[in-house]
Design a protein around this ligand. Structure first.
Ligand code: ATP
Ligand code: MG
Length: 239
């Protein structure tokens, strides 16, 4: 459903992503792992249209087989095509309530019933958010803000949900909960592109995985195979 071909991202003199090619099939969980600064966020931010002046081709294939180029298009366009991002560092709006934050993800939709259904879906996945629906985003705990970022990304009813380090900074018990939730969102029919530092947990749920090193893909394979790969074990799974 999404084909990234020879993506290059540069920030001034920094060549953050180098000739990266990734292919995502409908229904898959694909993960991108790698050390700090490897270019993971740059890659998904580029797909979302948040990075200026990228090179390469990003092509989306609709369920009916129609192909659309996403290269150089703005984030609103990606949302229309059914792609959404839960960004790194949560980026929720502290002065808006939980529910208002969730509504923001749905800003471009005009089917009120569908929006209400998707917000309800977010509350079902994260019951804590329902209890706190009227609370200001900024007063949520770190873990709750992370949940809110995921719920907000779901309120645009994405076909492809991209998650940038959803487990970052969470207590172990919440990490398990977040990964279980990602699986559930996938089982319910959505495709997932997951960026993670927690390589072990990400590889366990991924159909396909790419390892990024200094902006380029060093390895790719099935999640289960990479879990057994000696190089991956040594570099990302603590030996
Ligand atoms: N807006 C920017 N301007 C300049 N350099 C940037 C910018 N964003 C990222 N970089 C640089 O590009 C490289 C890749 O950064 P990126 O955020 O994509 O890495 P990452 O794999 O997501 O790392 P982390 O695991 O720490 O989140 C880094 O060297 C970073 O300093
Ligand atoms: Mg990052």
């Amino acid at each position: 459903m999404l084909e990234i071909q020879n993506l290059n991202v540069r920030y001034g003199g920094i060549h953050a992503v180098r000739d990266l090619s990734i292919s995502i099939d409908r229904g898959e969980i694909v993960t991108l792992i790698g050390a700090n600064g490897a270019g993971k966020s740059s890659t998904i931010r580029a797909v979302m249209g948040l990075v200026k002046g990228i090179q390469g081709n990003i092509t989306y294939t609709a369920p009916d087989g129609r192909q659309v180029s996403l290269t150089g298009k703005p984030p609103e366009y990606m949302v229309k095509m059914g792609i959404s991002l839960s960004p790194e560092g949560r980026r929720i709006l502290p002065h808006l309530t939980v529910e208002e934050n969730m509504m923001l993800g749905a800003y471009s939709r005009n089917d009120a019933e569908g929006v209400a259904r998707d917000i309800e879906y977010g509350y079902t996945l994260f019951p804590r958010l329902r209890e706190r629906r009227g609370q200001k985003g900024g007063t949520l705990s770190g873990g709750e803000q992370q949940m809110l970022a995921v719920a907000r990304a779901l309120s645009s009813h994405p076909e492809l949900l991209m998650l940038d380090e959803p487990s970052l900074g969470l207590a172990p018990i919440l990490v398990d909960e977040v990964f279980a939730t990602i699986r559930e969102i996938n089982r319910e029919g959505r495709t997932i592109l997951l960026v993670e530092q927690n390589a072990f947990a990400a590889l366990r749920i991924a159909n396909k995985a790419y390892v990024l090193e200094t902006g380029a893909i060093a390895l790719c394979g099935k999640g289960a195979d990479l879990l057994e790969n000696p190089k991956v074990k040594e570099a990302y799974l603590g030996g």
